[in-house]
Structure formats: C-alpha cells, structure tokens
Design a protein around this ligand. Sequence first.
Ligand code: GLV
Ligand code: GLV
Length: 338
Amino acid sequence: MFKQKKKYSVFVTRAIPEAGLQLLRKHANVRVWNQTSPIPGKELYREAARADGLFTLLTEKIDKKFLRANKHLKIVANYAVGFDNIDVPAATALGIPVTNTPGVLNEAVAEHALTLMCAISRRIVEADRYVRSGKYHSWQSMLFLGADFFGKNLGIVGLGRIGISLARRAAQGLGMKILYTDPRPNREFERHYDAEFVKLPELLRRSDFVSLHVPLLPSTRHLISAKQFAMMKPTAYLINTSRGPVVDEKALVRALKKRLIAGAAIDVFEKEPRLAPGLTKLDNIILTPHIASATVTARDNMSLVAAQSILDVFSGHRPKSLVDPAVWRKFLAARPVS
Ligand code: GLV
Ligand code: GLV
C-alpha cells in the first residue's frame, strides 16, 4: 500500500492571502482562524496544542508562558518583519525557531512612509475634506500652503532595509538631502546617496522631515518624547511607520497642539488599536491603521515567505529568515531530523 509521509499541522491565526495558504495546503494540514478580529488567548492555546507549526500575526502575543505551554511547536512564523510580539529569547531557550518576513516588504513600507510625507506636507487629507464639505468657492493665493521637499533635509532614524529604500526615493526622486542615525555608520550608503551620519539630537535639530525605521526594543521605546520634540524645527514633520511605542504618543499630542512641530503622519500607535486621547482632534496629523506593508504584492510575498519557513522547518531545512539563528543548533539537537 502507498505509505503517505507524515503530514504536519499548521495553525494560521487569521485570514491571510491565498498565496501562502495554497503553498501550506500542498504539504500540510492547515487550520485557519477565519475572523477579522484577533483570536482570543484561550482559543490560541487550544489550537496551538494540536499544531506542529504556528503562522502568527503581529497581534498575537507569543510570550514565555505561551511558549513553555507549547514546547512541541517546531516553528512560530511571524507574518511581519517586526517580531516584538514574540519573546524570541524564550523561544530560543526552548529550541523553537522564530521567523519573520524581511526583504519582501521594504519597498511597500518605504512607499507608505513617502506617501505619508507627501500627504501631510501638502495637506492632502485636510484639502480633500475642505472640498467635500462644499467650502471651495474660489481659488486663493494662500489656500493650503504646504511644505516642499526639494533641497530639504530628511532625517532617517534607523538605517535598515526600509530606511535605505526611503532614502533612495527621497534622494534620487525628490532631491532631498539625507541625514541618518543608526548604531553604526554605513559609509557605502553615504557615498551612494551623499548622506550624512549624525547623532539623533543633531538629526532632530536639522531635519525638515523625520522618518522612523527602527525595530521596537527596550532602547527604542519612547525614543521620541517631549525632549526630542523640543529639539525639532517648528516647521518639521514626523513620520512613523515603525512601531507605535517608539513615539511617546501623549507627548506627540502635546507637541502638535502647541505647534512645536508642524505635523505628523503615523501608521502605528502606542497601544494599538487604541489611540491617545486628543489624537483624532488634531488637524495637523494623518492617521493610517498599520497598513504600511499593505500592498497586494507585499502581502502575497509575506504570506509565501512565512509559509515557506514553516515547510522548510518541517522538512528539516534551516529557514532563511530565522530571527535568532542561534536557535537552529538547539532545534536540531532537540528534534533530530530522521
Ligand atoms: C508590520 O508592521 C511588520 O512588522 O511587518
Ligand atoms: C495655478 O494653478 C497656476 O496656474 O499657477
């Protein structure tokens, strides 16, 4: 009789693009939490208990307690480049590989940051509301004056793949001067884009636009707070497509109210999806619901990368995007591949 190879089980914590699901279904038994809101903790524990691999969204809190209760998991594949929702050191200690989806969403996120920059500085959302509400009666010489980009300074905080993608567009497309800050200077990048490496306070003092591209770490929590807003130009704009807690949201509301800066456009929130009081009352901010990577192509590719990571682990291959590569030896030692 035909002997079927063991089919592993995957649990997917929310509806995801068909591309990734199809790939998973070819090789594994797949269950999906097919709802628009996050899976309740109890259900997640129940489903994880009978799964070999977990496909998670950034809304799922994969903490030490969860990982200890689910030591049998062969992988947690996060459908995001960020992984602050997962206790990675705890997963490594237990020999559970954690993967993310870098590489396939850089361009989409950089494009969203650029879109936000354009929209806030040229007051697109305000202007649209003005026209819709029937207020447009006559052309005026000083109606909705905005800020321009050409020759202005863009300060990039965190020079990873996304920061570099934004720099390319801003330097080569918009004629902006690039300042950047990062733990290490990148001389090749500087030569290529005529960029300047500076410390954060200098970047804040000199930039006309500040765009955040750091991961959320203990060292980047509230990186931008009251003290930093006070350093910025009153004509400057803040763009955040990284993680909400990188900005002290209450301090942001105060800075915008007092016009310490000209405006902000943010895609992420400190206590997502809750918003700091007063945020939605401000006219100098644009708010989008964590959609920076939300293009059809990026999301398809993210689902494929996460699905492939799961299948790689099931077949004993090291997945490409291990968040902590040190886990792999532990994984193999704990679960010898036959
Ligand atoms: C989205 O925020 C991501 O980390 O991919
Ligand atoms: C504006 O519409 C102009 O023609 O300058």
